[in-house]
Design a protein around this ligand. Sequence first.
Ligand SMILES: [Zn+2]
Length: 450
Amino acid sequence: MRRWIKDPLAILAANPAEGAERGIVVEGGRIVELVGRGQEPAAPVDAVFDAGRHVALPGLVNTHHHFFQTLTRAHPDAINKELFPWLQALYPVWSRLTPDGFRLATRLALTELLMSGCTAASDHHYLFPDGLESAMDIQVEEATALGMRMTVTRGSMNLSVKDGGLPPDNVVQDEDTILADCERVLSRYHDTSEGGLIRVALAPCAPFTVTKRLMTDSVGLAERFDCRLHTHLGETHDEDAYCLEHYGCRPVEYLEEIGWMNERVWLAHGIHFNDDEVERLGRHRVGVSHCPTSNMVLASGQCRTKELEAMGAPVGLGVDGSASNDSSNLMEGVRHALMINRLTYGSGAVTHFDVLRWATEGSARCLGRDDIGAVAVGKQADLALYTLDELRFSGAGDPLAALVLCGAHKADRVMLAGEWKVEDGMPVGIDVERLRVEHGTAAKRFLEAL
Ligand SMILES: [Zn+2]
């Protein structure tokens, strides 16, 4: 079916010079034509969607999250703490995670992301207490049921308190178990085809929760299966101190030592880098997932987005886990990125185009995908359409700037591979109220089990 998304209020096209003022035509799950000013589609269309009330963006791409944390938002033991004490307060709670709770957490986080305009998500899942061995299978089932693109990252932790790590002993697995499951998940689900919905990445959690051997062994597996590698790095000064004490070097030197300095890698946060490290990360095209909301909540610091990008590193956006965000709204993250980056770089140096680029093209590059993240002919037809009907937009001049500056937070329409997944602000086929009740009940039960 050829469908014309006609006459949007504004559209963020990859190359504005090509012109897409009269919208785009999608067919077979892809964008097949941009319709410029005064033009009509080149061939007859089967359906027309009047986008006269909508501002159109490429579907947003989320590069860092922890879905399970939706069960512990604003947790009283963790609020008002920085990363290490925050983690230490939450690990014992998280160790009680069950498959049913995890399934609802995944469903809720994916739905929440989708409703904010996100069409491709990644989740860094590193928690495998006894009984939750099928975590990756649960995530693939949920993403597939929703029809959402997802990079499932098989996370891991094998360095617990008894070995000098941060997490308690009952939430880690041994290295052989981890690598065997990584191989199983890659063999079963990793789909590198153009437009493929599910991809797998390997994601040892952080320098202070994973042994050096597991980091290096993960590289071999990633090369064998041609998948990406992800980890937390450079989030706090505590991490710098940990690396100096345990590995005798700073986090980026450690990354180099374990074979992670290459374009297969994207890092979560990437805040505390010096000039030399920024240059090295850029030269090796290591991606960085900037998580502005989480960084502000935990007072971790500001990612050096502009310098990293200037040096060649892909910069994407992530909401980060819902215990440090504490929501999963990527469009809100776009606004937060604008604000914190302006505080650092000045208001002329960071525009709404920069932050929207990070949330789309930049994020897609972090995930190693060139088939999504832009409105251009040949790309997947993944779109997020926002209306400007709420009071907060009334009086706005520039529609694209208004999305970011006035605070768009809810897409009216979301298209994924040419199919509508959100209509009139609601996800198609999902009973949102029921989901909220079921998830809320699971979270309550989870916390009461302590
Ligand atoms: Zn994280």
